[in-house]
Design a protein around this ligand. Structure first.
Ligand code: AMP
Length: 276
């Protein structure tokens, strides 16, 4: 397995690699959720294709300097995960390798990034779009795997591909969870132990709410269940149209119940699809 820390090293490696190239973009601190994406990439690449994992904590998508600094960076353990899952190459550039100091172009998505995480994290999705476009260009990938956990991100990346005519197939991987239902996240290790024990209530609340019949009952049930926690603070709890991500007043179209909560400064997100 090769590890490229520079664009020129990556370019050399790509000259020798066989098609198709499947990319798994990550910020590292790899867990079983990422491993699932990597395995799916391998399945899609076949034995002879190339699976590339990018590991890059993208400063320009953090709206909060503290969150960026505290983001875990266990590089050696990440490399071991990649080796164990048969990755062909890792692209792990530093900030200055990725961004010129006088960088003056940013990709902005103007519709789907309003609301949900976009409201509390201004500029976040511009940072995501910009880095994802760069990673697609740099790796010349045929396809890339993204997790459904970050469904707003996924919708925005699909829009990026559509609107900028990128020739990259977007492959979706369902959310991978801990046994107690908490969605796996690199941020989970930062939860205090009491908060970690409390956190499965997020999923339970969404599932209980999903049993309700009206939009109002769904929102009320989820809020009541989540607010039983003495620890967490709700950032948003909302019903959105699965396609447009705009607020869903009724349940006539496929709808998503989504929430983001804070345990101290650790922000967790989760969602479920509402089926009717
Ligand atoms: P991150 O390193 O958190 O930026 O995530 C990299 C990719 O892994 C994104 O496409 C995420 O949606 C995906 N991912 C993270 N956690 C999970 C999970 N628990 N289940 C499925 N995909 C995930």
């Amino acid at each position: 397995m090769w590890i490229a820390k520079t664009k020129s090293h990556l370019k050399k490696q790509l000259n020798d690699c066989s098609q198709p190239v499947i990319l798994v973009p990550t910020m590292g601190a790899l867990h079983l959720g990422h491993a699932g994406l990597i395995d799916m990439a391998r399945q899609r690449a076949g034995k002879s294709g190339t699976v590339i994992v990018s590991i890059f904590v993208n400063a320009i998508q953090f709206d909060n300097a503290g969150d960026f600094e505290k983001y875990p960076r266990p590089f050696d353990a990440d490399i071991t995960v990649c080796q164990l899952h048969g990755v062909d190459g890792v692209f792990a550039p530093g900030h200055n390798e990725m961004y010129f100091p006088d960088r003056s172009i940013t990709v902005t998505e103007e519709l789907l990034s309003k609301g949900l995480c976009g409201d509390t994290r201004p500029g976040h999705f511009d940072g995501v779009c910009t880095v994802v476009l760069k990673l697609f260009n740099l790796t010349r990938c045929d396809a890339a795997v993204f997790g459904e956990k970050d469904f707003q991100q996924l919708a925005i990346i699909r829009r990026l591909v559509r609107d900028l005519d990128l020739d990259v197939e977007i492959i979706l991987h369902p959310t991978i969870r801990e046994i107690d239902g908490l969605a796996m996240s690199s941020r989970n290790v930062r939860l205090l132990s009491g908060h970690r024990k409390d956190a499965p209530r997020i999923r339970k609340a969404l599932l209980a709410a999903g049993e309700m019949t009206s939009a109002q009952q769904i929102l009320d049930t989820a809020r009541q269940e989540i607010e039983k926690s003495p620890y967490l603070k709700i950032d948003y709890l909302t019903l959105v149209d699965a396609e447009t991500l705009s607020p869903a007043a009724n349940l006539n179209t496929p709808t998503i119940l989504a929430c983001a909560v804070y345990y101290d400064d650790v922000r967790l997100i989760d969602h479920i699809g509402i089926r009717r």
